[in-house]
Design a protein around this ligand. Sequence first.
Ligand SMILES: C[S@@+](CC[C@H](N)C(=O)[O-])C[C@H]1O[C@@H](n2cnc3c(N)ncnc32)[C@H](O)[C@@H]1O
Length: 368
Amino acid sequence: MPSKNLLYTNCWEDADLLLKALNPGKNDWILSIGSAGDNSFSLLSRSPEQVIVYDIWLPQLHLIELKKAAFNYLEYADFLHFLGFNGSENRLNIYRDKIGPKLSSTAKSYWDKNESLIQKGVIHCGKLEQYFSLFRRFVLPFIASKKTVEHFFKGPPSETDLACYRRKLANPVFHWLLKIFLSEPVLKATGRHPSFFKETKISLSKYLFEKFSAFILHPGSYQNHYMYYTAHGNFGMGLPHYARAENFEAIRSNLDRLVLRHGRLEDGLVAEQNTTLINASDIFEYMPLADFKAFGERLAVYCPRLRHIAYWNFVVDRLLSEVQAQHFKPEMELTSNLSALDKIFFYKRFMLETLATKVNHKCSKSMK
Ligand SMILES: C[S@@+](CC[C@H](N)C(=O)[O-])C[C@H]1O[C@@H](n2cnc3c(N)ncnc32)[C@H](O)[C@@H]1O
């Protein structure tokens, strides 16, 4: 991954959707991609046996450890404040007195060196969050004044509003800016991993413009708390699932079931034979097709208890039920119903697939 910095300090994958799809229960043993940790905490709220978090990028695991300590040692109001959901004062004192001393030595040393991020509010410090901030400052003003943005999120839109949004979307200056903003050099400079571009075969700016337009013109979009963040720089109108008051105690009481592992999910599968559910984020986006196929085979071989795997495709098509049709079946109806509810507009699709055929790993020669 590209630098020493944090890539994401929020999960930009809809947690409510993930929970509806995987529907985890008390007997589940879940593997989950780390990222900013939010969706793994959400899965924990259902009291499964274990949530085992994998990430290849160590700073993401330090972030998750920091959030875990905030759940454990702070009351709810301080938890929100410490992470950056509101207020701005006193975060460093909270870190030094209550959180830092509870961290592992590696996480503590990382955060001791990065106290400035804690002061700022860690949920605003990922490369993607900084990219959103650039969008807010340099692109958004060309199509919408602050007043228009406020009006948009008050919703629901009238026919006149929608006609006005259509006109603004057609502004050529906006198109031009978006093209620059979504160009490969800018995306690389702001944190996209180079392997992403190897697998991407389409024009990203065209694709995202279409997705963005559909989002703006959808009559329910004004209620979208993730997009509220991108337009305002914080969650004002609704919190992500893991940070909602009603989920705080459930997550806190299950923190001992959260395990953090540094490494590739695909390498960990051999050791994770109890797995019943997987949240794979959109990691397949970055995988060459042959590696993706091998991933599906490994899953079928080493995780015989697996029921469902959930994942997103951003722009690259990666479907287990296509490359490993003998093992995986898509949950078509549920998936298409849920995709329609996805609050993050930029994904191509959300997938939920079922392991239909297990493989006896003594019979599989290809696996090592
Ligand atoms: C795949 S990224 C996606 C985040 C978000 N969907 C986006 O694109 O903006 C989420 C996390 O996955 C981690 N990651 C990527 N490939 C991985 C793999 N094969 N195994 C474990 N973690 C991986 C990254 O380090 C990152 O923290």
